[in-house]
Design a protein around this ligand. Structure first.
Ligand code: CA
Length: 225
């Protein structure tokens, strides 16, 4: 049974999370503010943290950075709509993913499963798989539904970063840094151009849905499954 630490000051949301997650075999530990969150992190040793960014005693972004000094535990941020800069700051600060309130339960469960499953060791593997997509990093080959796809080096590298983080959102900053280097952070327009081309190439006939989703103002996500 996985233990979830919920750091959230609104009781109604904590109640919903408790009922929902207990029904799906999670064990819940609640904290009503950042101080209690840090205390319970050390006392209870959870498997995953659900963290509200709007806490009464501390900025949630600062709390994420503090947690990251203690632990690599997956953190999923609970955020309100129309706060793209918060989401980006939270992800760049070390959160693994976010979900927007009011959230759908199936979506929350998927985000949590992906965050729990994610392993940093995936990067060391030569072959990556995600739904219809198969990537051989050493051979520099991509197949979609077993059909070989020709990608430029840059398109390949973008897809590689998305594959390594499959199912999770990758921020514009992370993509720019990984693909073009640390001095390219202002070139978000590169991404738009390359993503348009990449999508055209991988969107082969017979696919049921888009493989890459756009998280407006935040980044991109390779749909897992
Ligand atoms: Ca709050």
């Amino acid at each position: 049974m996985k233990k979830v630490l919920v750091i959230e000051d609104e009781q109604s949301i904590r109640n919903v999370l408790r009922v929902t997650l207990e029904a799906h075999d999670y064990l819940i530990v609640e904290a009503v503010n950042a101080a209690e969150g840090l205390e319970k992190l050390l006392l209870e040793i959870p498997d995953i943290i659900l963290l509200d960014l709007g806490l009464p005693d501390k900025n949630g972004i600062v709390l994420i950075q503090e947690i990251r000094q203690l632990s690599k535990l997956p953190i999923v941020v609970l955020t309100v709509q129309d706060s793209d800069s918060d989401k980006v700051e939270a992800l760049d600060g070390g959160a693994n993913d976010y979900i927007t309130k009011p959230f759908s339960v199936p979506e929350l469960l998927v985000r949590m499963r992906v965050a729990l499953r994610h392993s940093p060791n995936a990067v060391a593997e030569s072959k990556l798989f995600c739904g219809a997509v198969e990537m051989d990093i050493q051979a520099h080959l991509v197949k979609i539904n077993s059909q070989l796809i020709k990608l430029s080096a840059t398109e390949f590298n973008i897809l590689k970063v998305l594959m390594i983080n499959k199912g999770r959102v990758v921020t514009h900053n992370v993509l720019l840094k990984e693909v073009w280097g640390p001095n390219s952070l202002e070139h978000v327009h590169y991404l738009r151009v390359y993503l348009t081309n990449l999508r055209k190439k991988i969107n082969i006939e017979g696919l049921e849905k888009e493989l890459i989703s756009t998280e407006a103002g935040v980044g991109y996500r390779l749909i897992d499954g």
